[in-house]
Design a protein around this ligand. Structure first.
Ligand SMILES: Cc1cc2nc3c(=O)[nH]c(=O)nc-3n(C[C@H](O)[C@H](O)[C@H](O)COP(=O)(O)OP(=O)(O)OC[C@H]3O[C@@H](n4cnc5c(N)ncnc54)[C@H](O)[C@@H]3O)c2cc1C
Length: 335
């Protein structure tokens, strides 16, 4: 059981900034994210795009903003449970919450802050009937740790950046054998990455199959082979240790929708006094919440996080009086 003061669901920019604001009040935080890395939409969707409306930064790359938010949170030693989706919660007799993830990890705290953005990113899965038989038994939709594929035979499907970048990475001395299968001849990914894949295919480092797709998977205990349909070569099987269908991730509110919070158009309704939900002790900040006049912007989420932790502090320490002090006066003293 991981115990903390605030369980933050979602390690996007708003979740990360919550760690800093909570830390100033000497509250500890633990973040849970379904993705294998922190940063939310900024890391997953647009790490190389410049953002122009973060106060004090005329221009900052989304990826750099995340790096800075992580650095800013570091003195407060946040805990992370990554690559696991927050599934359910229960209330304990002493009024605390236990949040359990998709992998069964349990977290306990008096306050839960949901900073879940557009929801948890779920992989787009190909329509193959027995796919689930081999999930985590040879079929993976997210590369959590590239070393897992060391010396292995890997087939990757997809035409976007994720499929291209992981093909390049794994074929550069990690996996033993990398095949990239894409159903078209044109790729959606960055032109530089497409060129790199073409060069590696020409030099034999990557086996590239275009106008082809995987239409079946076979095995007994684990994935053993995939069945491919190709315009030029007909139907055939490929023996493989792993198949990574990297067709992108789509956000879904997912299990949070069933937690009993008031929901309006896929967002959690909050009170703008402190961004509390209708469940006392559970707050929602950032893109996932809604209220009259809501703007889905990073700076609005930062403001929400700042007010929310004040309320969390009063909930955790009802008898303590908190006096606001500027960081310029008090500095930033970590744990
Ligand atoms: C292309 C693009 C450009 C943008 N440009 C700008 C801009 O210029 N300026 C600006 O202010 N905003 C911009 N935005 C919007 C901005 O990215 C969002 O406002 C911001 O990401 C919201 O942050 P967040 O922390 O609330 O959520 P997110 O960044 O969405 O992070 C939420 C995290 O919660 C996780 N999560 C959700 N549910 C669960 C669960 N049940 N269990 C575990 N984890 C969960 C998700 O995996 C995700 O990592 C842009 C968005 C896009 C897509």
């Amino acid at each position: 059981m991981i115990e903390t003061d605030i369980i933050i669901i979602g390690a996007g920019p708003c979740g990360l900034f919550t760690v800093f604001e909570a830390g100033l009040l000497k509250l500890r935080c633990h973040l849970i994210d379904a993705l294998p890395q922190a940063g939310g939409q900024l890391t997953e969707i647009y790490p190389k795009k410049p953002i122009y409306d973060i106060p004090g930064f005329p221009e900052v790359l989304a990826g750099d903003l995340v790096t800075n938010l992580i650095k800013q949170a570091e003195p407060f030693k946040p805990g992370f449970t990554l690559g696991e989706r927050a599934e359910s919660f229960e209330k304990t007799e002493d009024g605390r919450f236990i949040v359990t993830t998709s992998r069964g990890t349990k977290h306990k705290a008096p306050v839960v802050a949901i900073a879940g953005g557009l929801g948890s990113f779920e992989p787009r899965k190909p329509p193959i009937a027995n796919l689930s038989d081999f999930e985590d038994k040879g079929i993976e939709y997210i590369v959590r740790d590239p070393n897992f594929y060391k010396g292995k035979k890997v087939v990757i499907s997809g035409g976007g950046d994720s499929a291209l970048d992981w093909s390049i990475f794994l074929a550069n001395g990690v996996a033993n054998d990398v095949t990239l299968i894409h159903r078209s001849k044109s790729f959606r990914g960055h032109p530089d990455s497409v060129q790199k894949v073409m060069d590696m295919a020409a030099s034999g480092k990557i086996k590239l199959m275009t106008d082809a797709e995987v239409i079946g998977v076979n095995g007994s205990e684990r994935l053993d082979s995939i069945h491919v349909q190709s315009e030029s070569a007909g139907n055939f099987d490929i023996q493989t240790d792993h198949w990574l269908p990297l067709f992108g991730l789509s956000p879904k509110l997912g299990p949070l929708a069933d937690w009993g919070m008031e929901i309006d158009k896929n967002s959690i309704v909050v009170n703008t006094f402190d961004y509390s939900t209708n469940i006392p002790g559970i707050y929602a900040i950032g893109d996932i919440n809604t209220y009259p006049g809501k703007l889905k912007l990073i700076l609005c989420g930062f403001h929400e996080a700042t007010l929310m932790v004040q309320s969390a502090f009063k909930r955790i320490y009802p008898d303590k009086n908190y006096v606001l002090k500027y960081t310029t006066v008090n500095g930033v003293t970590g744990f």
